[in-house]
Design a protein around this ligand. Structure first.
Ligand code: ZN
Ligand code: ZN
Length: 77
């Protein structure tokens, strides 16, 4: 079982989870270094310094490596 860590929804296959993560409404931030999506509160503890919650990823900084998904959608439409 594969579970979305943003909304805790479960999926039978990794592919189904991957597809879901692109549209997950609970994910608000997007890391352009690793391509992951996650909740805003997973990326910051103090609301000031943001960094990618993925352990192997060096992405950090709001509007540096991390972007609001709404901003990304607005830019591509
Ligand atoms: Zn989700
Ligand atoms: Zn990342």
């Amino acid at each position: 079982m594969h579970t979305c860590r943003n909304c805790n929804q479960s999926f039978q296959t990794e592919l189904a989870l991957e597809l879901h993560r692109d549209t997950c409404e609970k994910a608000q931030l997007f890391c352009q270094v690793c391509g992951d999506r996650f909740r805003e509160r997973d990326a910051t503890e103090d609301g000031w310094h943001y960094e990618c919650p993925s352990e192997d990823c060096a992405g950090e900084g709001l509007r540096e490596d991390l972007y609001q998904i709404d901003d990304v959608r607005a830019a591509t439409h």
